[in-house]
Design a protein around this ligand. Structure first.
Ligand SMILES: Cc1cc2nc3c(=O)[nH]c(=O)nc-3n(C[C@H](O)[C@H](O)[C@H](O)COP(=O)(O)OP(=O)(O)OC[C@H]3O[C@@H](n4cnc5c(N)ncnc54)[C@H](O)[C@@H]3O)c2cc1C
Length: 286
């Protein structure tokens, strides 16, 4: 589908952005999942006007408000984003296009459950196949993950690398299509290698030699999506934005827990409104 504005995320930041944009007569769509910080918040007591409300109830209220505003809602998992003249958002169900995009996908970060992974970041450990895949042309790599996002990364790498393995780190497969790759479902103990990754060692002592390991566990988090677009990320792993919440990419805005500041509903709602105002101005200018 094509919209003037697409928003990724239906938490307080994404919903607030959509309401402001739609009220300004901008054709707006939200792509989201129900896996959100708000849904895990047992009770919210500190938000204006709502004395005592379950996070899950507030989340559902936000979705209903969007439906009342005729905002297009797509409950789909985002696995890739590209940017040329328009933004192209790839989900497990298809593709969506927009002139402007607001990232409001929360603060979840994919952190591999491997004890010494940090030592190898940038030295064979990557979080983005489209960004770094080229460096592994003709080499042996593995993707760490078990779902559709891991499949997407592995499919991309298949065209470049000599061999692509899937490592689930003791988790069950969530996407059966991954079975087209050789799978190691054992628990990983650690990575090994002198200057850069040379392989993984499993808990049972077996070693699997590798030139690179791509992390794609669970769903693509905000930083994974940002990296695919070349968005500048701060040393605190937050997306860098200017005062209008625009990133370094024109027409791409970010709001809520994934940028700096308080990780609270009130601030996410404000961010959403601010990012929408900037996106509206961008759409009208272009
Ligand atoms: C346990 C807990 C208690 C809390 N208590 C409070 C409180 O009392 N008061 C308060 O003000 N704040 C509280 N918070 C914080 C508050 O929930 C967050 O600050 C707020 O939800 C952030 O909003 P957001 O819109 O930025 O992100 P989120 O609410 O996390 O929403 C992110 C959205 O992006 C979607 N998304 C992410 N990745 C993808 C993808 N790949 N594809 C499709 N969709 C995707 C998610 O599914 C979700 O819809 C609490 C948080 C937690 C975890």
């Amino acid at each position: 589908m094509r919209h003037e504005l697409l928003i990724i995320g239906a938490g307080p930041a994404g919903v607030s952005a959509a309401l402001y944009a739609k009220r300004a007569n901008i054709d707006t769509g939200i792509i989201y999942l129900k896996d959100t910080a708000l849904n895990t918040a047992h009770m919210i007591d500190n938000y204006y006007g709502l004395a005592h409300i379950k996070g899950s109830e507030l989340f559902e209220k936000g979705l209903r408000q969007c439906q009342d505003f005729d905002i297009a809602l797509y409950e789909e998992e985002v696995i890739d984003i590209n940017w040329d003249e328009d933004f192209k958002v790839v989900t497990t169900k298809g593709e969506h296009f927009a002139k402007s995009l607001i990232l409001a996908s929360g603060a979840k970060r994919n952190v591999p459950k491997i004890k010494n992974y940090k030592e190898y970041e940038g030295r064979g450990l990557s979080y983005c196949a489209t960004c770094d895949g080229f460096f592994y042309k003709g080499k042996v790599v593995a993707v760490l993950g078990d779902g559709s996002y891991a499949l997407h990364e592995a499919e991309y790498l298949k065209n470049l690398a000599k061999e692509v393995y899937i490592l689930t780190n003791n988790r069950p497969l969530k996407d059966a299509h991954l079975e087209s790759f050789e799978i190691y479902d054992k628990e990983i103990d650690m990575l090994y290698g002198e200057d850069k990754i040379q392989g993984v060692r499993f808990k049972d002592g077996q070693e699997l030699p590798l030139d690179g390991l791509f992390v794609a566990e669970g769903i693509a988090g905000s930083l994974d999506l940002a990296r695919k677009l070349g968005v500048v990320v701060t040393d605190k792993n937050e997306i860098e934005v200017n005062a209008g919440l625009e990133t370094n990419i024109p027409g791409l805005f970010a709001a809520g827990d994934l940028i700096s500041g308080m990780k609270q509903v009130a601030k996410a709602v404000y961010d959403g409104a601010m990012a929408a105002n900037s996106a509206i101005a961008f759409i009208k200018r272009n």
